[in-house]
Design a protein around this ligand. Structure first.
Ligand SMILES: [Zn+2]
Length: 704
């Protein structure tokens, strides 16, 4: 019998069996049994058969590991086991006294299991008769979202258990640090931490997208329905391991004596450290120190009573089990309540939700507004107005909502963006992860566009700040960028309170002077395809020295020419071309050109090149400055002199420019022996540079 005539049911079963074995060897044991080619061949054959005979597809088919393109929603599902959070302690002394008190309460000798508190997404996997039927997020502990299709793409989750049991398994889905850094580089909106990226991934609509992210899971608790033979937690763990789950092997068992602990671990054939109670404090100290070297993020340790009968006796409070406690590491984070969520309309029409939180001190400054980026980000956080959240400062500066700690009691649901633009009531449209107001005349867009255009890092128009712009918009005198150059400021403002003769003259002078700004600055100020300074430099540097050069590329839809420029990828090229082809942008460019702005890079460059005296130095900049505000201005000075800049202090960092309010980076730099430079010293370094330069021949070339 040749394969074509084989009974499809039999062939599907055989292939499924084989592929399951291969997948396990590959993903769980990290020991591939066959070549990728052979694997793909079998896999394709299985998919082909399943497509031809959908009714024969097995419920635990290995083909589900790659996900599907079917849109899946995430219906709410009630949990059938208690999914409570843990009581917390912030000092190891608190934990040891909790252990002593707990023992006293039940008047019996106890053992405790200590596990790492994975900083990931809490998930419950429900198995019926050994088959994975549902994967549900923790949600509010009572109700979570059904994310089964997406979780099935995680290779280390068994779709079928070796026993036909009904069991609910709790675990933490996470993304290892290295994979996070790699993936985050390519994100439209980078995530604050691996946990948020993992949570965002679990909520992707297409499970095929989820399959591309190397999510992992460690399980740490099992709830069997009906009778089970287990008397302690470690035997639950070893049983889960025997079912094929991945477990974090970094656990410790604490007993009265070390030998007792060792014996118990051996009996359960479980890896882990065997320790005595006397070792507890040093274990916590050691583990806290090792934390940064782990390949994944943890935010504390979990201590659980090992004896299951005692767990029953102790029971639960309304919120927490009485038989476990979380020891939380200290972190530069704070808790606050989300009082409201507003939406802002950006210059490109992009709608950004912003959380208004009760003011709270984090890392040295008070935070009251936090960007929430877009709807998927809010969905990932499961954030509602009234929720208590944990916030941190990303890169020491930008505050971010890390997670919801406690759901609001008013029953507010996850917050959703409005359907209409809050500024002009135009129906909003969704493009990718973001939502936009498509109306170019939208008042909020106009205002953001003008403020951006005139801003310090763009056209840098003197005396033309946000208040002046707002006043002029309110007077109905500014509708688009070109109006800045056509407006009769005397006529417009002479009767307006707060605008004296002097101020009006300053505005006029500032506007006139800005006409001399270089082409690359004009390019950045227009915000075409969100071109920043670096992209503008790249474009001009590669010979595209006028707007006509760029318009020609846009007319021909010539992505290729753009992508031959190093560091410009297809995505940026597409954005740039679409931006240039926007009819409103074309009109704006034509008008501004007529009005005398620079649309061609001058032959002689605007600033002569500086001696590369920062060459082979790597600088990190932190804190705030008097002369460099925003601090990207300091970064520019460093880069102009051939220095590299990074956003964090690492072993490669040679200098840290520390302004006021410098926090963890300063500490890190001190620890690593990085040279620390204050603003005053930095200014001297720059000036020394300028004097040297005068005596040197100015080179006609620009280095990019
Ligand atoms: Zn609008």
């Amino acid at each position: 019998m040749n394969t074509d005539e084989q009974d499809p049911r039999q062939e599907i079963e055989n292939l499924s069996d084989l592929l399951r074995t291969y997948q396990r060897a590959y993903y769980v044991d990290a020991r591939p049994l066959v070549s990728d080619l052979e694997y793909d061949r079998l896999f394709d054959r299985l998919q082909e058969l399943e497509e031809a005979h959908p009714h024969l597809r097995l419920p635990d088919s290995p083909s589900q590991r790659v996900g599907s393109d079917l849109s899946s929603e995430f219906p709410e599902v009630e949990h059938t086991i208690p999914v409570l959070s843990l009581d917390k302690a912030y000092a190891s002394g608190e934990v040891s006294s909790w252990m002593i008190k707990t023992e006293a309460k039940v008047s019996q000798e106890l053992s405790f299991v200590v596990e790492e508190k994975m900083d990931g997404v809490s998930i419950v996997l429900y198995y019926e008769k050994g088959l994975l039927v549902r994967a549900v997020t923790r949600g509010n502990g009572m109700v979570g979202n059904d994310v089964t299709a997406n979780l099935k793409t995680i290779a280390s989750i068994p779709l079928r258990l070796p026993e036909e049991v009904d069991v609910a398994v709790r675990g933490e889905v996470f993304l290892p640090k290295e994979e996070f850094l790699e993936l985050n580089k390519r994100m439209e909106t980078p995530y604050a931490n691996p946990r948020n990226l993992a949570a965002g991934t679990i909520r992707r609509i297409k499970s095929s997208e989820v399959a591309k992210v190397p999510l992992r899971i460690y399980v740490y608790e099992g709830f069997w329905s009906g009778d089970h033979p287990f008397t302690d937690h470690i035997s639950i763990l070893s049983t889960l391991a025997s079912y094929g789950f991945s477990l974090n092997s970094n656990i410790a068992l604490f007993c009265k004596s070390r030998s007792d602990a060792l014996q118990r671990l051996e009996k359960a054939s479980l890896a882990g450290e065997a320790l005595s109670f006397a070792d507890f404090d040093s274990y916590v100290i050691k583990h806290t120190g090792q934390r940064s070297e782990l390949p994944y993020e943890i935010d504390g340790l979990v201590v659980k009573v090992n004896e299951l009968s005692v767990r029953e006796t102790l029971g639960y409070t309304e919120r927490h089990p009485r038989w476990a406690i979380a020891y939380k590491f200290e972190s530069p984070q704070a808790q606050t309540v989300v009082e409201n969520i507003d939406v802002q309309v950006g210059r490109t029409g992009r709608i950004t939700p912003v959380a208004r939180v009760a003011p709270v001190l984090v890392g040295g400054s008070t935070v009251s507004n936090i960007t929430l980026h877009n709807q998927p980000y809010i969905d990932m956080l499961e954030l509602a107005v009234g929720d208590i959240v944990e916030i941190s400062k990303r890169g020491d500066v930008i505050p971010a909502v890390e997670r919801v700690i406690e759901k609001n009691e008013k029953g507010n649901k996850v917050w959703k963006l409005p359907l209409l633009c809050p500024s002009c009531s135009t129906p909003l449209v969704i493009r990718g992860a973001h939502t936009f107001c498509p109306n170019v005349a939208c008042p909020d867009q106009v205002s953001s566009r003008l403020k951006f255009f005139a801003g310090k890092a763009q056209m840098d128009i003197d005396s033309f700040g946000p208040e002046t712009i707002t006043t002029l918009i309110d007077l109905g005198l500014l509708e688009d960028v070109p109006d800045i150059y056509t407006l009769d400021y005397e006529k417009a403002l002479s009767d307006t309170p707060g605008f004296g003769e002097k101020k009006i003259a300053a505005i006029k002078a500032g506007v006139e002077k800005s006409k001399g700004q270089s082409f690359r600055r004009v390019l950045v100020s227009l915000g075409i395809g969100e071109i920043g300074k670096k992209a503008a430099d790249l474009l001009v540097g590669s010979g595209l020295t006028s707007i006509d050069d760029l318009l020609e590329i846009a007319d021909k839809d010539d992505v290729e020419t753009l992508t031959t420029i190093k560091q410009i990828g297809p995505k940026s090229a597409r954005l740039l071309i679409d931006g240039l082809n926007d009819p409103a942008m074309r009109v704006r460019i034509a008008q501004l050109r007529k009005l005398g702005l620079q649309f061609e890079e001058a032959e002689a460059s605007e600033a002569p090149p500086l001696e590369q005296s920062f060459a082979s130095q790597t600088w990190c900049v932190t804190g705030s400055f008097v002369h460099f505000n925003p601090r990207t201005l300091a970064l520019e000075e460093i880069e102009k002199r051939g220095g590299r800049t990074t956003s964090s202090v690492t072993g490669k960092t040679t200098h840290l420019l520390a302004g006021s309010g410098a926090g963890s980076k300063l500490a890190q730099a001190t620890r690593l022996g990085v040279k620390i430079v204050n603003e005053e010293r930095f200014l001297t370094l720059l000036k020394e540079e300028k004097t040297n330069q005068k005596s040197e021949d100015v080179q006609g070339e620009f280095s990019f």
